[in-house]
Design a protein around this ligand. Sequence first.
Ligand code: NAI
Length: 317
Amino acid sequence: MASRKSKNHLAVVTGAASGIGLATTRRFAEAGFRVAAIDRSEKGLEQLRRRKWASCVHAFVCDLGDVAATGQTAQKILKEQGPVRTLVNNAGIWYYTPIEETPDEYWQHTLNVNLVSAAALVRAFVPGMKAIEGAAIVNTSSRNALSSSPNASTYDASKAALLGFTRTMAVELGPYGIRANAVCPGVIDTPANKAEIADPQFVENYLRLIPLNRFGKPEDMANVIYFLASEEAAFVTGQHIVADGGQMSGQNYSRIFDVTQWTPANSEKKKSKTRQSSNSTPAKKTSAKKQPAKKQPAKKQPAKKQPAKKQPRRRAR
Ligand code: NAI
């Protein structure tokens, strides 16, 4: 099983040249795995191979948008590296288009990379995995599989489908000792989100949604992926772990609005204040002429936080 003691087992990681895939490749390499790193970026893989920790990493250039080429790459890996213990289907792509402007081509491409190629790798590796104790599959889905964003129909549907596929694998492959789980990242600080995270307005707005008050690091995800592949998760299959700094857990409205303006407790206080002033000690009898009540200047209310005018260029996934 995947543990610190694991030596020389083979893990396959897709989208290995950047972000979550790169951190995951490192996590497995440092735990003693050989890693077959798949990516479409030849340059990215070359850079990966030059890293100090990457002597046990074997690079395979492949565009997962081409399902037939993915199958061929899987056969090459089996031939050159032998059977796979851990498969991490991590690569993903996304389009941001309104539903009515999304052509079939975008649907097909997104599904090929995010789902069908993952299935092609599973198909190729599962026969060998059946013979390996502790074999596991981990799929990188997304928080968007559970809570959608406008203009992300292809992405959201593909990531939700990946969760469905994960559960099917769990029930179908469980009897062979193969576990299948998924991770659902929130916003992770990877090159994919570089533009958004460089935008201070985006950061200020978005962090209000994240109780832990930060974006995730690629290593945060690599640790969860490694855990799900490890013997520590030996009885966990068919599950997904959301790692999003608490974003999906609910909203802390006080980070978005000035809630003191509308909580019931506050309006009760206001009411009782009004009651008190109308029942308060009767005015002293004086011989002085009754003065017309002085107009009080309206109490200044604390300014309500306005929603930021500038919208993020696109929603981070
Ligand atoms: P990234 O852009 O840093 O890395 C993605 C890697 O996948 C790149 O090296 C790229 O060359 C490779 N890749 C893309 N399309 C490919 C294809 N057709 N064939 C082969 N390789 C391909 O992205 P990041 O952020 O590390 O994302 C990794 C996964 O995490 C994706 O599946 C993404 O949907 C998911 N995710 C990321 C989130 C984030 O905030 N960064 C949030 C939720 C999910």
